[in-house]
Design a protein around this ligand. Sequence first.
Ligand code: AP5
Ligand code: MG
Length: 213
Amino acid sequence: MKIIMLGAPGAGKGTQAKMIAEKYHLPHVSTGDIFRANLKEGTELGKKAKEYMDKGALVPDELTVEILLDRVAKDDCKNGYVLDGFPRTIPQAEVLDKELEKLGDKVDLAIDVEVPDENIVRRMSGRRACLKCGATYHIEHIPPKQEGICDNCGEPLVQRDDDKPETVQKRLTVYHDQTAPLIDYYTKKNILKTVDGTQDMEAVFADIVKLVG
Ligand code: AP5
Ligand code: MG
């Protein structure tokens, strides 16, 4: 099963993708997490990606596509995956489709987690992230058991550099210009399903499970 998570920054793609990955035993592949892990390790890729991420801009397609294709070629992706944050542009979606086609394969489902822009900025300011395992918390809605510490791996939690309100606004604009057209793209392929992302995370997940089956 190959699932794509669509939605604005902060819609809950990562939160839901992790729950799907666990329930259906699929790897969770997040390009944002890959970039942040590289940044933490101080790699060239991480440094390059940071220039764009800190501005709320997209990392160029050439760079992103290569990383994603490398990741999904790994053994653990043989039986499918949940993509979170990829594709984010029409050209990225087209490359993915072409590569899958070569293997006689295709994307099965694109899930759009819908949350209005007004809710997003509020969510982002409360988000805390673990840069080691990619877990995400919210200081009010989804707090860690111990304040400031990741439940899974004990690392200190951080606020992402790109979660400042002005950067979030920029990411929203970029989302509407470059990523939202994917809703149409997958609707035309008859694989788009929408869930109401303003519900609490368990209710959103229950809706997703109904779609995935
Ligand atoms: P990326 O890491 O993908 O960021 P994003 O799309 O902006 O999405 P977020 O991770 O911010 O939000 P999310 O939808 O995962 O929400 P979350 O579950 O955390 O990308 C970062 C940057 O990398 C991009 O800006 C770009 O520069 C670059 N990049 C990445 N992929 C790229 C690509 N393909 N091409 C080019 N550039 C790329 O939830 C948000 C918060 O809300 C959390 O605090 C969470 O706990 C809380 N929450 C979640 N669900 C609920 C709920 N139901 N109710 C209440 N709170 C909730
Ligand atoms: Mg995310």
